[in-house]
Every structure is written in C-alpha cells, then in structure tokens.
Ligand binder design. Structure first.
Ligand SMILES: Nc1ncnc2c1ncn2[C@@H]1O[C@H](COP(=O)(O)OP(=O)(O)O)[C@@H](O)[C@H]1O
Ligand SMILES: [Mg+2]
Length: 257
C-alpha cells in the first residue's frame, strides 16, 4: 500500500501545435494540501482538466490510488472519488441552494424511476436521507440558512462556497479547487481559507488548490508547485518556492498574476 493518492507521471498534452503541459510529475499524499500556482496561461486549469477526464493527456499517465484513470470519462472519474470546482462559477443558478447540493448526490440514489413516479416508501426513505445529508453539508458550510434561496441570489463569496459544498456532496477523496478566491474581497477570502481548512480537518481529504491569492496559498498550503509555460518551474516548501528567483522572474515576466 502506498499513501500516494494522485500520481501524474510524465503527463503532457498538446492542443494542435501548442504543448500546453509537458513532463508533469506530480504526486500528492493522502491528506496533503498542495498549491498549484503560476502565471496566467501556464497550464494549471489544463492539469485539472486532464485529472478530471475532460481532456485525455497525449503523453504519460495519471494514477488515482494506483489505478490508471486517464482515458476514463469525467462522470466515472467523479465516482472514483475526484471532485472539482471551476475557475468560473458553475452552479444551477435558478435552483435552490439545497437542490444544488442534492443534485450532486444523485449518483448515490438507489430508487428506480417507477418508485420515484409512484413515490413508494423506498423513494421517501432515500429522499429523506439525501435531504438530511445535503442539509448536514450545508450546515457545515454555514449555508443552511440560505437553503431555499435560488443559488444566483447569493452573494458571490457564498456562491463560491456553495460550489465547494456541492463538490463535497459527491464524497470525494481528492478535491480540486480552481481559483476559489477569484473575485472575492479580503473578508470572503479569509472565510474561504477557514472553509478549506475545515474541509481538510473534517473529512481528512486531499486537496489540490490552484490560486493566485498568495495570502491564501501561504496560509494553508504545505507544499507548492509552480507551473510556467506548461512545465514545473519549482516545487517544495512554500516560503522557499516564492522566494526562488526563477519564480519571481516568471511572475514579473507575466506582469504579475
Ligand atoms: N481546449 C483548448 N484548446 C486549445 N488551447 C487550449 C485549450 N485549453 C487550454 N489551452 C491553452 O493551454 C494553455 C494553458 O491554459 P490554462 O490551463 O487555462 O492556463 P492557466 O489555468 O494556468 O491560466 C493556454 O495557452 C491556453 O490557451
Ligand atoms: Mg486557469
């Protein structure tokens, strides 16, 4: 047994002539919180898209708990325990906060369509379970008071939090967060930092975080990896990494990110 949850071995992808990611070796241990940083266009989101099966790498392989997952559909990858949030919020805006979380749990529902149509006992039992589990998750994120609101009426920071809550509803072992603090004010960012800590401590989950907000990154990540032009520029202890001259130059070169 190994305690490596995710292992990307020499992973790369080309889009036509563009080598968006190249020779990526990335290992994350169980319970680790790893920050993935780098200037815009460095390939960070593309890494998430490969891990979640949105894109198939053109080189290398990706292992989840030792099992190869590249080439598997995104839907199956979710069922294997990877959940993500997106750089741009993707909630069901007109659905309630509660329903946004319940929808993510649907893959666990066992009742048949007929049972659903005729509202049998087992339908109600499952519906009750799903409801109470969804409410538990909302409580944990302090979103239960908004349960009836349409998702798009929530303040921005709360919508971001709801996205994370929804990702957690699939019961993942690995959570990928793509710039969760983007567009947040400092108070919201602070709250988000506490939310991420809370998830990690409560669920013992492994987290890979893409983020530009250095306060957030340095506040919670135990290790950093820097991508630049699709390649790993530096990795290791957060303080050492951000003081690395190569890293500073990459950010200055891009006009800061
Ligand atoms: N589907 C795609 N087709 C073509 N090029 C893409 C595609 N997705 C990403 N890219 C390119 O790959 C590079 C890395 O993009 P991305 O992963 O979004 O960067 P980051 O998230 O670090 O800002 C960029 O040059 C981007 O234009
Ligand atoms: Mg991105």
């Amino acid at each position: 047994m190994t305690d490596t949850v995710l292992n990307c071995k020499d992973v790369g992808i080309k889009f036509g002539g563009l080598q968006a990611v190249q020779g990526l070796n990335l290992k994350i241990k169980k319970g680790e919180l790893l920050g993935l940083i780098g200037p815009n266009g460095a390939g960070k989101t593309t890494v998430f898209n490969m891990i979640t099966g949105v894109y198939e790498p053109t080189e290398g392989e990706i292992l989840l708990n030792g099992e190869k997952i590249n080439g598997i559909t995104p839907y199956k990858i979710v069922s294997k325990g990877i959940a993500r949030t997106f750089q741009n919020i993707r909630l069901f805006g007109y659905l309630s906060v509660l329903d946004n979380v319940k929808i993510a749990m649907n893959k666990d529902m066992k009742y048949s369509i007929v049972e659903g149509m005729f509202r049998t006992k087992s339908y109600w039992r499952e519906e009750f379970d799903v409801n109470s589990r969804a409410m538990e998750i909302l409580k944990l994120f302090d979103l239960d008071k908004y349960k009836q609101y349409s998702a798009n009426t929530l303040p921005y920071g709360q919508q971001r939090k709801l996205e994370i809550a929804r990702a957690m509803a699939t019961n993942p072992t690995l959570l990928l967060l793509d710039e969760p603090a983007a567009g947040m004010n400092p108070t919201e960012t602070e709250e988000l930092m506490n939310t991420i800590k809370l998830i990690r401590d409560n669920f013992g989950i492994t987290i890979l975080l893409i983020e530009h907000d250095m306060k957030l990154v340095l506040g919670i990540c135990e290790r950093l990896m820097v991508l630049n032009y699709g390649q790993v520029l530096a990795e290791g202890d957060p303080q050492e990494v951000i003081n690395d001259e190569k890293v500073i130059n990459a950010y200055l070169g891009s006009g800061g990110a």
